[in-house]
Design a protein around this ligand. Structure first.
Ligand code: RAM
Length: 857
């Protein structure tokens, strides 16, 4: 029997608060083997009005089907019915729904309410100098019984909403980190249950968040530096009437116990401080054009962690250890006399003796001052990256008084990996933790020092991210922000959202490279093309290519134009140079381990390695742009970018590959040359030998940084040395993945030698997902599970026949359902979801299979 489930709108189950044409997906189940979908039909209705009838569409598509009906009306719950026919003539149907929010700026009647309380100008990075959080409040009457109520709300700052003293849900950091100059999300809440007949109070407690933080300040015109809220509560009563309660002149503002709130560093909470009498607000006209309904799930707690041990360090510090690096906060029972000041300092690793170690440029700290009342305290407007807390001011610490609460943008789990080597399993767990810890509203580099949406980091990590979790809405949201951050000339900044800190940094490093304006960065800005391309490759999502096509194209055009118009420093023949992107600032092969130096980045590396990183990545972006155009059937563009990529490849070969070795004796140069298929056939053997020589001369350890590491193991396989790929993965000397595991890492380190042989930590991040990119290779080459060119509608299972492992299992939740692979000495078991096919290679024979469970021995 055919059945349907997981009907999703925008990858979510019956969401509230849609303001764009949504896309639909579903999963089919059927015990009959070899089942494919033959057609689908979607009808979307609003009461008895049909808003869209797709008609019967002969197609196997079961995800990313976009609504194409009548314009959607605001505040409407639409029902949708799906009917599917399969290849055995069976039919099934199912229903779901979604609800629109405010589709038009004109739907907003609320006025912006801004705090009138004087704000001291905070200092960047100085803990405790940010002004108090502001409580916006509105008292109102509900003149009847409530049948249905929605709150639409947002803020400049991050807000915590409560109705009659109760939190509306468990989300954190609304309205999320966005390119505030053009995008500000608003949230939709079902508050029916929390309202009562008669007097009610709505409050929004607003901390500085990203928007108001001096070191997170957005790059935008008309920045306004005060907390402000916009809310519209729409209440439908049993008597058929409705009431709107909106922000405006009846909103008051006051400060209270949060005396300083800094999302990067922590907060100062003085429990003795009551909220003041509400003051009138200002009513600035910030308009509604920037508003968009939050298009993805919120940041939420992801379970909780108990204390593993509390100990006194050699220096006499009291340290609470949760055994795992997380990003989030702690809930702490505090029961101390009035006026006692308690300090919580969060950190990732101890020094080699077990003492507190601050690996960051500033503290991560919360301070609580007691009013004498026992309570559970948790920071409201900040999060920290930590495994340990150093506690001062509390006597008699009890393990049960501390709970760590990991926070992350909520996403459906989409993967698992396990094998006969426990160290690889730990590596995989570390990857999962770093992924969670670095997806707090936007993909970040680390949850501690910078909390920044570095474009390079997610470019490197996107494939692994997609195999582990359903990050589609999350990345799609980030790409909207990327588009907003893209400059008129096509430049994509180093971070998205772009903040003034990174704007200054970009201008500063640019000067070193002879530029007075911000230029695109190879391997970082290329995220504009590479992230959507990777999303399509792993999920078959054509919408993402369509929706972001202009951004991608503007980026590829920037590369082409920059190469043509600017001559590089090497003095190459202009006929060649015009196809090489070889000017401007680049991070290059960022963090090559042998070139690292104590105390900060080695800025020589960008200079040297940019000479190949920029032309190679420029070529790749243009080539991928050609593929994207082809996928979308835009033939003229496809021919244009393909032709251009061919000329770029030819120029690269003529400029750098005339000899039997590359001009740079860096592993990364060879890795990328092979990875991007740039090596001329006559040099393949020689370059391969060269790469192997470099690896062997380095004691079998990699010496690649950010941009080449993701390709290293694949390149070794490509040159016929899978044995060396295994050696690299199983390498335990630094630098290597397992070195970190052996040193007790519980997340992925930023630097390969973050902890030295003697256990001494460096000033670096211990929670950076970038090098976790190896997860993608592990799925493909240890488990042997590989997507097709456009998702898993046809995939491959190719367990290695020379694996050092005794067994391996992996699972991936595709848009079609669960794919799983498990093999050991006895045989192979593969699960192929309905509406997919697979080719399975086992013990030298290839089998074509359809849906069902298959065993091979
Ligand atoms: C560091 C970040 C990030 C990297 C940049 C270049 O500060 O942590 O990982 O992308 O620099």
């Amino acid at each position: 029997m055919l059945s349907l489930d997981r009907l999703a709108t925008g990858r979510a189950d019956a969401p509230l608060g849609i303001d764009r044409a949504p896309d639909f997906s579903w999963v089919l189940h059927c015990r009959t083997p070899n089942t494919l979908q033959v057609s689908y039909r979607i009808t979307v209705t609003d009461g008895d009005q049909v808003a869209w009838d797709s008609g019967e569409v002969a197609s196997r598509q079961q995800a990313f089907v976009r609504y194409e009906g009548a314009p959607l009306r605001s505040r409407t719950r639409y029902q949708w019915t799906l009917s599917v026919r399969d290849s055995h003539g069976q039919k099934a149907s199912a229903h779901s729904s979604f609800e629109t929010a405010l589709m038009h700026p004109g739907d907003w009647v609320a006025a912006w309410a801004e705090s009138s309380i004087e704000r001291a100008v905070p200092e960047a990075w100085a803990w405790g100098t940010q002004p108090p959080a502001v409580l916006f409040s509105r008292d109102f009457d509900v003149p009847g019984d409530v049948v249905h109520a929605r709150l639409y709300a947002t803020a400049y700052g991050t807000y915590l909403p409560q109705l009659n003293g109760e939190r509306l849900d468990d989300r954190e950091f609304a309205p999320e980190h966005t390119a505030y100059g053009s995008i500000l999300y608003y949230q939709t809440y079902d508050v029916t249950r929390l309202l009562r007949r008669g007097g009610n109070q709505l409050t929004l407690y607003v901390g500085d968040g990203w928007y108001l933080c001096p070191h997170g300040r957005p790059v935008m015109q008309d920045y306004h530096g005060a907390p402000a809220v916009l809310f519209q509560l729409e209440i439908h009563l049993a008597n058929g009437t409705s009431v709107i309660v909106a922000s405006g002149e009846d909103t008051g503002c006051a400060t209270g116990p949060v005396l300083s709130s800094d999302i990067f560093r922590g907060e100062l909470f003085d429990a003795r401080q009551p909220f003041g009498t509400p003051q009138p607000v200002r009513l600035p006209d910030y308009g509604y054009a920037q508003l968009a309904a939050q298009p993805m799930a919120p940041v939420r707690p992801f379970g909780s962690l108990a204390v593993q041990q509390i100990y006194v360090s050699p220096r006499g510090e009291v340290i609470v250890d949760f055994g795992q690096i997380i990003a989030g906060k702690a809930r702490i029972r505090i029961d101390v006399p009035r006026d006692t000041e308690v300090t919580f300092e969060y950190f990732e690793v101890t020094d080699e003796h077990g003492n507190y170690f601050n690996s960051m440029i500033a503290d991560q700290k919360d301070v609580y001052v007691s009013d004498g009342v026992a309570r559970d305290y948790e920071t409201r407007f900040s999060f920290h990256g930590f495994r340990y807390i150093r506690v001062t001011g509390l006597n008699q610490l009890r393990e049960r008084d501390f709970v760590a609460i990991p926070l992350t943008t909520e996403k459906a789990d989409a993967g698992s990996f396990s094998c006969s080597d426990g160290r690889l399993n730990r590596l995989y767990e570390n990857i999962r933790w770093s992924q969670r810890n670095n997806m707090m509203s936007v993909p970040t580099d680390c949850p501690t020092r910078e909390k920044a949406g570095f474009t390079g980091d997610i470019q490197i990590y996107a494939a692994t991210a997609l195999l582990n979790e359903d990050v589609t809405p999350f990345l799609d949201s980030w790409l909207r922000n990327l588009a907003a951050a893209q400059a008129d000339d096509g430049v994509v900044p180093m971070t998205v959202p772009f903040t003034t800190l990174y704007e200054r940094l970009s201008l500063g490093v640019g000067k070193e490279f002879g530029d007075t304006q911000i230029t695109g960065i190879a391997g970082w800005s290329d995220a504009a093309v590479m992230v959507p391309h990777t999303m399509h490759r792993l999920t078959g999502n054509r919408l993402v290519l369509n929706d972001h096509y202009d951004t991608m194209k503007r980026w590829a055009d920037y590369v082409i134009r920059t190469a043509r118009e600017r001559r590089g420093a090497a003095g190459l023949d202009p006929a060649i140079d015009q196809y090489l992107w070889n000017t401007g600032f680049h991070f290059g092969e960022w963090l090559i381990p042998s070139q690292e130096q104590p105390g900060g980045p080695n800025w020589q590396i960008p200079k040297i390695s940019a000479a190949y990183v920029a032309p190679f990545f420029g070529y790749l972006s243009v080539r991928l742009m050609g593929e994207v155009a082809q996928t979308l059937d835009r033939q003229a563009d496809a021919a244009h970018y393909r032709g251009h990529a061919a000329r770029m490849k030819d120029a690269i070969q003529r400029a750098f590959m005339a000899n039997d070795e590359l001009p740079w004796q860096l592993m990364g140069a060879y890795v990328l040359a092979f990875a991007f298929d740039l090596v001329p056939p006559e040099h393949t053997t020689r370059y391969a030998t060269k790469l192997v020589d470099l690896l062997e001369a380095n004691g079998g350890c990699l010496d690649t940084g950010f941009v080449a590491t993701p390709y290293f193991l694949d390149v070794l396989t490509k040159i016929g040395r899978r044995d060396l790929a295994y050696e690299l993965l199983w390498q335990a000397k630094a630098p290597s993945w397992l070195y970190a595991v052996d040193k007790g890492a519980t997340a992925i380190w930023e630097s390969w030698k973050a902890i030295d042989e003697h256990g001494a930590p460096k000033l670096t991040s211990f929670d950076h997902y970038a090098f976790g990119c190896v997860g993608d290779w592990m799925f493909r080459n240890l488990a042997g599970l590989r997507s097709g060119e456009a998702g898993f509608d046809h995939f491959q299972v190719v367990p290695p026949d020379d694996s050092p492992l005794a067994w391996c299992r992996a699972r991936h939740e595709t848009v079609h359902g669960t794919v799983s692979v498990g093999w050991d000495a006895k045989g192979l078991e593969v699960e192929v979801p309905v509406n997919t096919t697979a080719s399975v290679t086992w013990r030298g024979r290839t089998h074509s299979v359809g849906s069902g469970r298959h065993q091979f021995s």
